[in-house]
Design a protein around this ligand. Structure first.
Ligand SMILES: Cc1cc2nc3c(=O)[nH]c(=O)nc-3n(C[C@H](O)[C@H](O)[C@H](O)COP(=O)(O)O)c2cc1C
Length: 308
């Protein structure tokens, strides 16, 4: 039987259990506060954690930040709800979110909304400033570097030899695409890649609307295809032979390799957007790739391999 508690009792119990769990690692102190059916929802996606998972996550955070301090900065009650504004700080001395120890002092602020049923919390909604967390871990930085000569930067990029890809998508039935050499593998497990597309590109809005994109690595005999997709032609696909991938993104026939990618993140960085994505299909054949270097195109099969 649940009993009705007065406000001070609920707040005092919540504060005591939080202090024990977050500041002293006594996560079992939450057993009295959180109902066995407790669910914690985090972030805009409402990712769910049950009581055991929540307790394990506090222990994991405390392993990465052993001197963690969580202060309750504000607390308000309304009916069966308790709202808490909190601030946590701790030194990063253990691996966290895959980031090895940095020794940085990390700060995170957030708010938790708890719903009591009698004397236990059955549900919590948690929201926190994940950007502040990533910044204090040094994963993202917002500082501005000193001004640098853009010609020098361009000159450096011209020294980097790349292939040429055509990045495509199906824009509600209309094929869209552009030539891209800013392509890279990010991870093999899971297989993740990235492409950087200028915001001024006419393909850019379609890549924001789509869930998938195609990447065709052009073959040495596809210079004309590279030129077409580096152009602003209204219908670049008119004279190109292509095949739609599983999710509709055009894959260029005769290219040396092809990937289909489910877009994972869109990171706005300066003039470009970095599209990261999970590879959903991959194929390649013996065709030599087209090479781009210093503003010119080359056939790699005409170059001499160096002994290595
Ligand atoms: C070899 C080569 C590589 C290119 N790489 C990129 C790139 O990585 N990202 C990009 O946004 N544009 C790149 N471009 C430029 C675009 O292909 C070009 O601006 C194109 O006209 C854009 O077409 P759209 O506006 O129809 O999308 C490259 C062009 C060439 C010739």
């Amino acid at each position: 039987m649940s009993r009705t508690l007065d406000r001070t009792d609920r707040s005092a119990r919540l504060q005591a259990a939080w202090d024990a769990a977050w500041n002293h690692g006594v996560v079992d102190a939450l057993n009295d506060l959180l109902s066995p059916a407790y669910l914690r929802r985090r972030g805009p996606a409402g990712t769910e954690q049950d009581r055991a998972e929540f307790k394990a996550s506090i222990s994991a955070v405390r392993e990465a930040f052993p001197d963690l301090r969580t202060e309750i900065e504000d607390l308000a009650e309304d009916g069966d709800r308790v709202a808490v504004r909190w601030h946590s700080t701790g030194r990063h001395t253990g691996t966290f979110l895959g980031v090895p120890p940095t020794g940085r002092t990390v700060e995170v602020s957030g708010a938790t909304f708890a719903r009591f049923d009698g004397d236990t919390v059955t549900e919590e909604w948690v929201t926190f400033d994940s950007r502040q967390l990533l910044e204090s871990l040094g994963i993202i930085t917002t500082g501005h570097a000193a001004a640098i000569d853009p010609d020098q930067v361009r000159g450096v990029h011209r020294k980097f030899i790349t292939g040429v890809t055509v990045v495509t998508t199906d824009d509600n039935g209309t094929p869209k695409g552009l030539a891209v050499n800013a392509f890279s593998s990010i991870s093999l497990d899971p297989p993740m890649v990235l492409v950087c597309v200028q915001r001024s590109s006419s393909t850019h809005p379609a890549l924001h609307r789509s869930t998938h994109l195609g990447i065709s690595i052009l073959a040495a005999d596809q210079l004309d295809v590279a030129k077409t997709f580096a152009s602003k032609n209204e219908n670049k696909f008119a004279d190109i032979s292509w095949t739609p991938g599983t999710h509709g993104a055009p894959l260029i026939d005769g290219s040396s390799a092809q990937l289909e990618v489910e877009i994972a993140e869109r990171l706005e960085v300066g003039s470009h957007t970095v599209f990261t994505g999970r590879v959903t299909s991959a194929r390649h054949d013996e065709r030599a790739p087209l090479v781009y270097s210093g503003g010119g195109f080359f056939d790699i099969s005409q170059t001499a391999p160096l002994p290595w």
